[in-house]
Design a protein around this ligand. Structure first.
Ligand code: AP5
Length: 224
C-alpha cells in the first residue's frame, strides 16, 4: 500500500505516520526526519539545508525529488510506503505522477492555525527515533525523556512561534494546491487515481488514528 499524508506543520502527520506504518507494515518515509538526520551527520546535504530548515523555509524541489526517488527505489518499499512531508509543492506532486509512482491513498489531516501554534510550541522529539511527544497532549512517562530509551528529548529549532507562523504561511501558499491536485485526480476517477481521504485532526490522537484506519480499510474492502 502506498500512502501520502498531507497537512500543515503540526497537524499530526508524524504521529499518525508511526501508527499507519506499523498497521500496514510499510516504511515511513519522513522527508523532514531525513533532512534532520543529514544535518546531524554533517553531510553535504545537511550543511546545504541547515539554514533554510531552521528558518522554516522549503528545500529546493530538485533536491527533495532526488532524495525521495532514491528512497522509494529501495527494496523495503517494494510492498509500499508512507510519505510524510512529501510532496509539498505541485512540482513535487507532479514528479511522482510523471515517474509513474502509483499512490493508493492521499490522507489530508486538517487543523486550524492557532491549534498548530499550541501543538508545535509544546512538541518534544526523541532525535534518535523521531518519536514525537507533547508536553500536555502526549506527555512522556518521565518529563523530558524518551519512553523507550530514556534518552533526552529535544525541541526542534523550527518550533518557535515566529518560525511556526512562517511555515504555516508557506504551507497555505505552496502545499494547499497539492491537496486540490489530488482531489482533482481522485474526482477524475482515472485508472489508479489515489483515493482522497479528509480527516479532521482536531480530536484526540487515538480518535484521529482510528478514523483514518477505518476509512482506509473500508475503501480497501469495497475494492476487494
Ligand atoms: P517536517 O519535519 O516534515 O515538518 P512539518 O511538515 O512542518 O511537520 P511537523 O513534523 O512539524 O508536524 P507533523 O504534522 O508531523 O505533526 P506531529 O505529529 O509532530 O519538515 C521540516 C522542514 O523540512 C520543512 O520546514 C522544510 O524546511 C523541510 N522539508 C521537509 N520536506 C520537504 C519537502 N518535501 N520539500 C521542501 N522542504 C521540505 O505533531 C505535532 C505535535 O502535536 C506533537 O507534539 C504531537 O504530540 C501533537 N499532536 C499530534 N496529534 C495531536 C492531536 N490529535 N491532538 C493533540 N496533539 C496532537
Amino acid at each position: 500500500m502506498r500512502i501520502i499524508l498531507l497537512g500543515p506543520p503540526g497537524a499530526g502527520k508524524g504521529t499518525q505516520a508511526q501508527f499507519l506504518s506499523e498497521r500496514y507494515d510499510i516504511p515511513k518515509i519522513a522527508t523532514g526526519d531525513m533532512l534532520r538526520s543529514a544535518i546531524k551527520d554533517g553531510s553535504q546535504l545537511g550543511i546545504a539545508v541547515n539554514k533554510a530548515m531552521n528558518e522554516g523555509k522549503l528545500i529546493a524541489d530538485d533536491v527533495m525529488i532526488a532524495i525521495v526517488q532514491e528512497r522509494i527505489a529501495k527494496s523495503d518499499c517494494k510492498n509500499g510506503f508512507l510519505l510524510d512531508g512529501f510532496p509539498r509543492t505541485l512540482v513535487q506532486a507532479e514528479s511522482l505522477t510523471k515517474a509513474g509512482v502509483k499512490i493508493d491513498f492521499v490522507v489530508e489531516i486538517r487543523v486550524i492555525d492557532e491549534e498548530i501554534v499550541r501543538r508545535l510550541s509544546g512538541r518534544r522529539i526523541h532525535p534518535g527515533s523521531g518519536r514525537v511527544y507533547h508536553a500536555v497532549y502526549s506527555p512522556p512517562k518521565k518529563p523530558g525523556f524518551d519512553d523507550e530509551t530514556g534518552e533526552l528529548l529535544i525541541q526542534r529549532e523550527d518550533d518557535h512561534e515566529e518560525t511556526i507562523r512562517r511555515r504555516l504561511s508557506i504551507y497555505h501558499k505552496e502545499t494547499e494546491p497539492v491537496i486540490s491536485y489530488y482531489q482533482d485526480l481522485a474526482a477524475q476517477d482515472v485508472n489508479h487515481a489515489p483515493y482522497y481521504i479528509y480527516e479532521s485532526g482536531r480530536g484526540p490522537i487515538e480518535q484521529v488514528r482510528d478514523e483514518i484506519i477505518k476509512s482506509i480499510d473500508s475503501i480497501k474492502q469495497q475494492g476487494a
